[in-house]
Design a protein around this ligand. Structure first.
Ligand code: UDP
Ligand code: MG
Length: 330
């Protein structure tokens, strides 16, 4: 088989305190890499790239031992925990000069690895980005499903265009990643940013499973803050809504002032304590809320102006390839 023209694939897998799940899923990822190679879809130099996100358990040691057993397992370690999005970014940026395509996937086995075949096929048919979209959420609890679906609706209403029911399971070509490297923002919301790069894209559908071991790191609180973060990173619609709310309250106030004058003329000015308290409290609440939203944007500007590094890699496994390899190594 002529492997020269086949794409080199890097499967990028963020891991944070996953020592319970890695022994279960690492073998599955390797088998998948193997079967993709055997079916002639990818180049034999393809790799699995674990990104240890500052885990406090034995995750990194386990990744290193995997790399010693089989050089197709490679790994990088972040100098501390920076969150899922930054871990994925670190992996993608490291991989972009070594491969032709990347697939990012969580390490807990929730996303169906069998969708990778269709993703690579879609790439071979001309798509540069292939979104993995959950077709059903039957294995999630009603609460998780409801909150997650409300999350996508809210995001889209607020002007952050994201693919419905797509998380961070996607194929991205190195061509797209080279362009994406110019997006310097530190407020990362990958599933909203990747579509902004453009290029041909398509979706493949898969069923989401339950976590194979360990526990979710995205309880409701974290999910809400991810949603808020996503909205304020991608769109200024909330500020515009405040403006329109301001316009509305100006009109209401004018009506109120008119009403106050009429009451005054009619000599009924003593009563009205309740309405006064309601108005004061309501306006106070609205002002605090608006300040909070504006403050959130100012906070984002503050973080952006500092332009701190989005990830810092402290270690690499011995199996991690040299950057020059792609040019002369095949
Ligand atoms: N993760 C990470 N850094 C973090 C939190 C999570 O790298 O600070 C990784 C985690 O190891 C997993 C993926 O991100 O591979 C998704 O996390 P999780 O499964 O807990 O989220 P859920 O699937 O419940 O949304
Ligand atoms: Mg998960």
């Amino acid at each position: 088989m002529n492997t020269k023209s086949l794409p080199i694939l890097y499967i990028v897998i963020p891991c944070y305190n996953e020592e319970a799940v890695l022994p279960v899923t690492s073998g599955m990822f390797l088998e998948k890499l193997d079967s993709l190679t055997k079916s002639g879809l990818i180049h034999p130099d393809s790799r699995i790239l674990f990104v240890n996100d500052g885990s406090k358990d034995g995750t990194w040691e386990y990744i290193c031992s995997l790399a010693e057993q089989d050089p197709r397992f490679t790994g990088i370690s972040q100098s501390r925990n920076r969150g899922h999005q930054n871990a994925v970014l670190a992996g993608l940026m490291e991989a972009k000069d070594l491969c032709d395509i990347t697939i990012s996937i969580d390490c807990d086995g929730q996303d169906d690895i069998n969708a990778m075949d269709r993703m690579v096929e879609a790439y071979l048919n001309g798509a540069e980005i292939v979104y993995g979209v959950r077709s059903r959420r039957d294995t999630d609890t009603f609460f998780k499903r409801f909150t997650a679906e409300s999350f996508y609706r809210l995001m889209n209403r607020m002007g952050a265009e994201i693919v419905f029911n797509h998380a961070d399971y996607r194929l991205v070509s190195s061509r797209v990643l080279q362009e994406f490297a110019n997006f310097k923002e530190v407020n990362l919301f990958l599933r909203g940013l990747i579509p902004l790069v453009g290029f041909n894209s398509t979706s493949v559908y898969y069923e989401r499973h339950e976590r194979l071991a360990g526990e979710s790191h995205y309880p409701l609180g974290k999910m809400l803050s991810l949603a808020f973060d996503g909205i304020t990173s991608l769109s200024v619609r909330p500020i515009r809504m405040i403006f329109w709310f301001g316009v509305l309250s100006v009109f209401l106030s004018l009506a109120g002032i008119l009403w106050a004058f009429i009451m005054n003329a009619a000599g009924n000015t003593v009563s009205g304590w309740s309405s006064l308290v309601c108005i004061v409290l309501f306006m106070g609440g609205v002002q605090m809320l608006s300040l909070g939203v504006i403050g959130e944007y100012i906070g984002k500007i503050y973080l952006e102006t500092k332009a701190r590094p989005r990830y810092i890699i402290s270690e690499r496994t011995a199996s991690f390839p040299n950057k020059e390899l792609k040019e002369d190594g095949r």
